[in-house]
Design a binder for this molecule. Structure first.
Ligand SMILES: [Mg+2]
Length: 295
């Protein structure tokens, strides 16, 4: 289990670092500028250091450490982590999260709802809660608890139910894979009867891989269902354009969970600047998951 949890978090961060280079470019622009991006090189719109990750990994860490601070009531410590990260002045922050964090008055759910109606034109179905939800599925072993906390962490910033629905499907898949179910089988079982069933055709989604959570999720599932290796998943998403870092990170989280950390090439994982923190978090999440088992 520990190897899978490490693979999930480091696999996520590698997707973030790889896709950070190509974020906001179109597929054509990537091809003209880089050919195919297969290695972590940094640069891009955020002028990243080699191995530097972005908001996706920072917020995932905040969710993970927040859960560990108070596993029974994690929302407040998770929120403290968000505010601390926001106060550090991150260069890459999505519009929905920035709006909610800048208007936060002390009640996450009310403030996110208010932001949705008053400041966001009722547009809060971004992928910013999907990109940080994975630690919930790694920390707990009761599916009802995972679903409840997954939804709550989404509603802290994303009032639109499309966001929490995607998070729940994603973490249900993670839950199954952590317990040994084959990744593609888990996806097929969990998306049956949902908005995402159309990806089962194996054809590329017709939407852009952008920040709308439904589009992000369709592309994540497409890469996971059609690729045979961890690297194919993150490299595919990195070179498809648009919200590349987030799509590659979200897909890379599940692909790394399925493969385990040891199966991810060291030439990628060793470059991640926050690797040690991700491994430390993995260890603590694995221990929490086990201890919950014994209750
Ligand atoms: Mg990002």
């Amino acid at each position: 289990m520990l190897d899978k949890i490490k693979g999930a978090l480091v696999g996520f961060a590698i997707g973030d670092a790889l896709g950070g280079t190509t974020e906001f470019l179109t597929k054509k622009e990537i091809s003209e500028r880089y050919g195919v991006v297969k290695k972590i090189v940094g640069g891009g719109v955020w002028n990243l250091e080699k191995g530097e990750t972005t908001d996706d990994t920072a917020m995932t860490l905040a969710v993970g450490w927040g859960i560990l601070k108070d596993p029974d009531n994690p929302i407040s410590p998770i929120g403290d982590g968000f505010l601390k990260w926001y106060a550090s002045g991150p260069k890459d922050i999505g519009i929905i999260i920035q709006t909610v964090l800048s208007h936060y008055k002390g009640d996450w759910f009310e403030d996110a709802k208010k932001a949705h109606f008053d400041y966001l034109n009722e547009l809060s179905a971004g992928n910013g809660s999907l990109m940080r939800c994975l630690p919930v599925a790694l920390a707990y072993n009761d599916l009802a608890v995972i679903e409840s906390i997954t939804r709550q962490q989404s509603k802290m910033t994303h009032y639109d139910s499309l966001a929490d629905e995607a998070c729940i499907i994603y973490n249900r898949i993670a839950y199954q894979v952590l317990r040994g179910k084959e990744l593609k089988k888990a996806i097929k079982d969990e998306i049956k009867g949902t908005t995402y069933e159309s990806v089962l055709t194996g054809r590329k989604p017709t939407c852009r891989p952008d920040g709308f959570v439904v589009n992000t999720m369709k592309w994540v599932l497409y890469w996971l269902l059609t690729c045979e290796s961890y690297l194919d998943v993150v490299i595919g998403a990195t070179n498809e354009g648009h919200d590349t870092d987030t799509v590659a990170a979200i897909a890379g989280g599940l692909a790394g969970l399925a493969s385990g950390f040891e199966a991810i090439p060291r030439e990628y994982s060793d470059l991640i600047l926050v690797k040690d923190e991700l491994l430390a978090l993995s260890l603590e999440l694995a221990e929490l998951n086990k201890s919950v088992d014994l209750r």
